[in-house]
Design a protein around this ligand. Structure first.
Ligand SMILES: C[S@@+](CC[C@H](N)C(=O)[O-])C[C@H]1O[C@@H](n2cnc3c(N)ncnc32)[C@H](O)[C@@H]1O
Length: 347
């Protein structure tokens, strides 16, 4: 029997029921309670604007929302559902661990693509984080790719069904005939496979720091008959030659790295792109485009949801960073799934 169906492990019925409950509770909370809090802040912001007063500061938003019952319930449910989701998924995958790990480790007899792991790779200190409060973060727990494959869909409470978030980034790569495309921080394959789907003639490469995620992406691609070239590398300094890629893409990598690493990754993308090559950063919405409530509630990700670099990323000026690195033709746009895309070309 196949280990994966549509890129996910089929959960046993009791696990599936619990996970569906968590997903629906998250979606319900966002659609009802969180929107009510947001509307209250928005109303005050509009009154102030109409009265010619300065925009709401973060502390003022905090003073408005924190005493409310809705905010407390919303945050309580957000945190609890997150913990419940990871715990239940780890339990579910642990029960299937022998089968899952045997599949992950078993070499593909005649692979179409390649997988190159580097056990000597130095893992940067900033990566030693339990991202999204996942136990073990991205690289320490062998079952993590299986947990993430289901968790990434549940976590986004409907927004990433059928990998919609990730596809929304892949689909903004301009049409063209490309020799080589690279996905930085390709994870378990949800952002890179849609790229290969769109550009089947191109050689598609993916790098990530996390070996378990790369192993999963490799097996998933091979089980679908897709050739990807995956390697364990730090996107800040890769082993690719200068002027090698036509396109370098990244999907929700940048909010998981601190400012200095972000500058390094941009410089590296510049180095490995061919002249005229296209670079894109698909990530969370910059704070300057968020309303006061969403700016404030985004900060909660930094404080309570295992996203230590979220605020830094939200405050980053990607167009300025790209310009400083030498990129030109810099553009910004939302993706259809609500991510934010900054793109540029190497002259
Ligand atoms: C939120 S995940 C996104 C994964 C994938 N792009 C997707 O959209 O499904 C961010 C990924 O970036 C990887 N990552 C973080 N820092 C990195 C770095 N310096 N170099 C390479 N990969 C990195 C993580 O291991 C993780 O897989």
């Amino acid at each position: 029997m196949a280990v994966l169906t549509d890129g996910e492990v089929q959960l046993d019925q009791p696990d599936r029921a619990t996970i569906e409950f968590i997903k629906n509770l998250k979606a319900y909370t966002i659609a009802t309670i969180a929107t009510r809090v947001a509307a209250r802040v928005q109303a005050v912001a509009e009154q102030r604007q109409a009265a010619g007063q300065p925009p709401l500061m973060t502390e003022e938003v905090a003073a408005l929302v924190e005493p409310t019952f809705e905010w407390k319930v919303d945050r309580f449910i957000s945190r609890q559902t997150q913990e419940m989701m990871w715990n239940r998924l780890f339990e579910a995958m642990t029960r299937k661990a022998p089968e899952l790990l045997a599949w992950l480790e078993e070499p593909v007899p005649q692979p179409r693509g390649t997988l190159t792991l580097d056990p000597t790779l130095e893992i940067p200190a900033y990566f030693e984080v339990d991202y999204h409060i996942q136990p073990g973060g991205m690289h320490k727990e062998p079952l993590i790719p299986f947990v993430l494959a289901t968790g990434q869909v549940v976590y986004h409470a409907g927004r990433n069904d059928r990998w919609t978030l990730k596809r929304s980034v892949a689909e903004l790569i301009p049409e063209g005939r490309y020799e080589r495309i690279l996905d930085l921080g390709c994870g378990i394959g949800q952002s890179i496979l849609p790229i290969k789907e769109r550009f089947p003639e191109a050689e598609v490469y993916g790098i990530d720091l996390a070996a378990p995620l790369l192993k999963f992406a490799h097996k998933l691609a091979e089980s679908e008959g897709v050739a990807l070239h995956l390697s364990q590398q730090n996107a800040e300094r890769t082993n690719f030659p200068d002027n090698f890629f036509d396109v370098v893409s990244s999907c929700i990598l940048f909010h998981e790295i601190p400012d200095e690493a972000a500058r390094n990754v941009i410089a590296e993308a510049y180095r490995i792109l061919k002249p005229g090559g296209y670079f894109q950063i698909g990530d969370t919405m910059p704070y300057r485009y968020l309303d006061p409530y969403r700016r404030y509630s985004s900060d909660w990700q930094t404080e309570h949801n295992g996203e230590p670099y979220w605020r830094q990323a939200g405050l980053r000026d990607y167009p300025a960073l790209l310009q400083a690195a030498g990129f030109r033709d810099i553009r910004e746009q939302p993706t259809r799934a609500g991510l934010w895309l900054t793109s540029a070309r190497k002259p």
